[in-house]
Design a protein around this ligand. Structure first.
Ligand code: HEM
Length: 480
């Protein structure tokens, strides 16, 4: 008790402490026994108090320094590239997203080329085919029926990720819907454990119901990921994947387009061991599927809430793609400027990853205090995206014009962090934007969306991904 009081008072006034705070449990009561909605609200409340500096939140004895100040976020994201131990709860410590710095550096260098523009543009025809498969499933639904659009979109994004990064058809596998369901739980249990400080210790967690439930989710996802691994391995053994990069590739420093699956199996400059390959397969499945599907779900929901914006997006899409079967190319997608403004505005209001964590590898001076290396920092992306001093007094209102070239000029890039910032940002940001735009083109051309959900009634769960309570419920009808 004495130690925790001394510790609490050992920082200057500028680094406040979240309330309520109690010795030993710290700010535990903000989260213990609370609903997922309340946990999200409490986390946001703390971030909203950290608008100009850092606020300490204590998970038991563990401190996390939170901020929603843009300059502070920039300093942390560009100086602290390490991921804290809390990411280990995802059980993917050898995959890019959660990997410790020394491992991450080599992996990221090797995998960057798999997401360069040339490669991404070559995915456009596949994105179109897969989206059309989704339209067939949607066409089978009676007009006006209420559906959770996320269920259809996550199947679509899973198909996309598998077809483009691993070169196989997800429909060759059984239990696809079960896999999608398990992926949702996969993120849920990791986030739940992060806020329960007593569960951070393995020897305690192992005796809990959550551990048993998470284990069964992990076993399912594991079996599924292994099928992907075995299939790719089979191709590799048969020589269907390029085993070695040629001399030119090596001279180019791996900047030539390489499919992700080739990069992890055949990279000669950096060998990926079996566990790294498997963890990166899971990472891409997890990071690339639910994220883009959630993004399009929020965009459709907003368009359904605001019919006049939906009409403007529809008109722009019809202008660029007037024909019944759109001929989509990377160049034609660039002409969808208003649609892109709408997408950005939705992702500002509903950032798919609402909060991020980083760890310092050096001592760092912030708010006049020396914060020792190994400290954990939390960046409040959701809070930054709704700051009134950056986005205006109507920051909570949907207004795509905020992303017009005139109004965007001079804005700090760290004020819009949907794909994070610095060199440890999202590897698939451009992939996501291209694929989401293509989904929108087909969906807008074919259907008109409505919803009974009102913006003021939307509630979110505390998770790694911004989960909407009750789901993205929409009705749609085919356009004439
Ligand atoms: C709307 C869709 C997406 C959003 C909002 C999103 C957002 C993010 C965010 C916020 C991070 C964390 C970065 C950090 O810790 O600072 C991240 C990491 C990552 N994302 Fe995405 N992502 C999306 C789609 C994708 C897609 C489609 C892929 C791949 C196909 C992908 C692959 C990754 C990977 C591999 C990482 C780890 C990067 C690293 O640590 O080096 N993401 N993403």
């Amino acid at each position: 008790v004495i130690w925790s009081i001394v510790e609490k008072n050992s920082y200057p006034q500028t680094i406040g402490v979240a309330e309520p705070w109690y010795p030993l449990i710290g700010n535990g009561l903000l989260f213990l026994g609370q609903t997922d909605v309340k946990k999200f609200q409490n986390v946001q409340k703390v971030f909203s108090a950290a608008t100009e500096d850092l606020v300490r939140v204590y998970l038991g004895p563990k401190i996390i320094f939170l901020t929603s100040d843009v300059n502070m976020a920039q300093t942390i994201m560009t100086n602290c590239m390490e991921k804290p131990y809390l990411y280990e709860f995802l059980n993917l410590k050898k995959g890019l997203f959660a990997a410790k710095l020394p491992l991450w550096k080599g992996q990221r260098k090797a995998l960057n080329p798999a997401f360069n523009m040339k490669i991404l543009e070559s995915f456009v025809p596949t994105f179109c085919v897969v989206t059309k498969n989704m339209l067939q499933r949607l066409d089978a639904i009676p007009a006006g029926e209420t559906i959770n659009i996320m269920e259809y979109l996550s199947r679509c994004t899973l198909e996309m990720v598998c077809a483009t990064t691993f070169e196989f058809d997800v429909n060759d596998f059984s239990k696809v819907d079960e896999m999608l369901n398990n992926m949702e739980w996969f993120f849920y249990y990791a986030a739940k454990r992060m806020l329960k400080f007593q569960y951070h210790l393995d020897f305690i967690y192992r005796w809990t119901k959550d551990y048993r439930e998470q284990k069964s989710v992990l076993e399912f996802v594991d079996t599924y990921g292994m099928q992907v691994y075995n299939k790719a391995n089979e191709k590799y053994d048969k020589g269907l994947l390029t085993k070695d990069q040629n001399e030119d590739d090596i001279k180019e420093g791996f900047r030539k387009p390489q499919l992700f699956v080739n990069q992890i199996f055949t990279n000669t400059m950096r060998k990926f061991d079996r566990e790294e390959i498997i963890h990166n397969i899971f990472t891409i499945l997890g990071a690339g599927t639910d994220t883009s599907a959630t993004g399009v779900s929020y965009i459709l929901l907003q368009l359904a809430m605001y019919p006049s914006y939906q009409q403007k997006v529809y008109e722009e899409i019809m202008k660029v793609f007037p024909e019944a079967e759109p001929h989509i190319t990377p160049e034609s997608l660039k002409r969808l400027q208003y649609t892109e403004m709408v997408m950005n505005e939705c992702l500002r209001l509903y950032p798919i990853a609402p909060n991020l964590l980083r760890e310092s590898t050096e001592d760092i001076t912030l708010c006049g205090a020396r914060i020792p290396k190994g400290s954990i920092f939390g960046i409040g992306i959701y809070a930054i995206h709704r700051r009134k001093d950056i986005w205006g007094p109507d920051a909570d209102r949907f207004d795509p014009e905020r992303f017009s070239p005139e109004r965007s000029a001079g804005r700090n890039p760290f004020a819009f962090l949907v794909f994070s910032g610095g060199s440890r940002n999202c590897l698939g940001g451009r992939y996501a934007m291209i694929s989401m735009k293509i989904m929108l083109v087909y969906l807008m051309k074919r259907y008109h969306f409505k919803t009974k959900i009102r913006e003021e009634d939307m509630r979110f769960h505390f998770e790694i991904i911004l989960r909407l309570e009750g789901g993205h419920l929409v009705q749609f009808e085919k356009r004439q």
